[in-house]
Design a protein around this ligand. Structure first.
Ligand SMILES: [Zn+2]
Ligand SMILES: [Zn+2]
Ligand SMILES: [Zn+2]
Length: 384
């Protein structure tokens, strides 16, 4: 997978000092996606996306992880680590709570995943708190390419493969053992029968993919990519997916682009050549670029029409533009050249700079514009 496919995902937050970090963990405020902070140039304050004319379709069946708990086939063979046994007593105390956590998953779009940046030697990943169960159960750590249990993640760095995962996996310098002690992370009991602790094949398979949409970072009925860990609402993916046409296997746009790079004829082109290209020849690239922006816009600042949420926006900005609008135009084939698509994207960030200047939102806009331009150069093989 080319490096550029992964540059923007799971953007890590800045380091905070240890105490502040732990406090925010305990308050449950760390890395909550889509933190509602309103936006001078963006979406409604709760990050809710409006109904899109590009047609938000939802699968009828619930996403597997949203359904009720299954009883695992066996609860005798799932703890392999001696270390785990020592803590059996404590973990049993936590049983009630752990099961409670599992039930909360059924809240659908209401709850948002909380993430912690973790490292183990040279390996880096993101731990999703509500997926944490124990060392060997619950694929709770997302690396760039897959979900792993803590023990599997600890093996990613061969030097640390034999050390205790609780000590070797660090969250902003703090070992997992400390987070467990402070109940930031709550291990499931040895007797827990939730789907995270189950060793049943289907339950394990369900943990291979994200349980929130790669575009809007919400839960719900998601379509899982068969190649990578990403999952999407059918209406959020670009192109939108018609569930009726789904075959055995489904690959997301990220994976289709990666695969196609193997056989598509690519040559270096000048920026002018790239912009003058017919968009129908580069639909995949444009969809990919747009998905990247959605993914990088964690606070949904640029998702929807700013005029709906920002008072007097119209007085300052003549031609408002937003990501959903670009997606709609792309989907409806309203662009004939790649340049027209790029102009609309640049318009979003130009408006943002005009309206916000150098405040927090202005800086976010500048960062996303830079990201877009870099990704554009990569996918279109633009030579300087
Ligand atoms: Zn469990
Ligand atoms: Zn979505
Ligand atoms: Zn994929």
């Amino acid at each position: 997978m080319p490096a550029f496919l992964l540059t923007t995902e799971f953007v890590q937050s800045e380091q905070t000092d240890t105490e502040a970090f732990l406090q925010s963990c305990e308050n449950g405020n760390v890395h909550t996606a889509c933190s509602p902070q309103g936006s001078p140039s963006g979406s409604s304050s709760d990050g809710e996306r409006p109904d899109l004319s590009r047609g938000k379709r939802r699968t009828t069946s619930s996403h597997p992880r949203q359904s009720e708990h299954n009883i695992s086939e066996s609860d005798t063979d799932f703890e392999e680590e001696e270390e785990e046994e020592e803590e059996e007593e404590e973990e049993q105390e936590n049983d009630q709570e752990a099961v409670g956590n599992g039930d909360e998953e059924c809240q659908g779009d209401v709850d948002k995943p909380e993430f912690l940046s973790v490292t183990c030697g040279s390996a880096t990943g993101t731990l999703q708190k509500d997926r944490f169960a124990s060392g060997t159960s619950g694929k709770c750590i997302r690396t760039a390419s897959k979900w792993l249990t803590p023990v599997e993640f600890a093996r990613e760095d061969p030097v640390l493969a034999n050390s205790s995962w609780k000590k070797s996996i660090l969250c902003q310098g703090i070992p997992i053992s400390d987070l467990i002690e402070r109940r930031v992370l709550i291990p499931h009991s040895l007797l827990c029968r939730c789907r995270l602790c189950s060793k049943n094949k289907k339950d394990l398979m369900e943990q291979e993919n994200d349980d929130y949409c790669a575009v809007c970072v919400r839960r719900g009925s998601l379509l899982c990519c068969d190649q990578c860990p990403r999952a999407f609402h059918t209406g959020c993916h670009l192109p939108t997916v018609d569930k009726g046409t789904l075959g055995e296997q489904w690959l997301c746009t990220y994976c289709v682009l990666t695969k196609s790079q193997g056989w598509r004829y690519t040559c270096d082109r000048s920026l002018t050549q790239a912009l003058e290209s017919c968009i129908s020849d580069f639909m995949l690239e444009c969809q990919y670029l747009l998905l990247q922006l959605y993914n990088a816009d964690k606070d949904h600042i640029f998702f929807s029409d700013p005029c709906d949420t920002v008072t007097r926006y119209r007085e300052f900005i003549k031609n408002p533009m937003w990501l959903d609008k670009v997606a709609e135009k792309l989907q409806d084939r309203q662009y004939s050249s790649v340049g027209q698509f790029v102009s609309d994207i640049h318009l979003i960030f130009k408006n943002c700079a005009t309206f916000n200047r150098d405040n927090e939102f202005g800086q976010t806009g500048a960062r996303l514009r830079q990201l877009f331009d870099e990704e554009f150069q990569h996918v279109f093989s633009v030579k300087n």
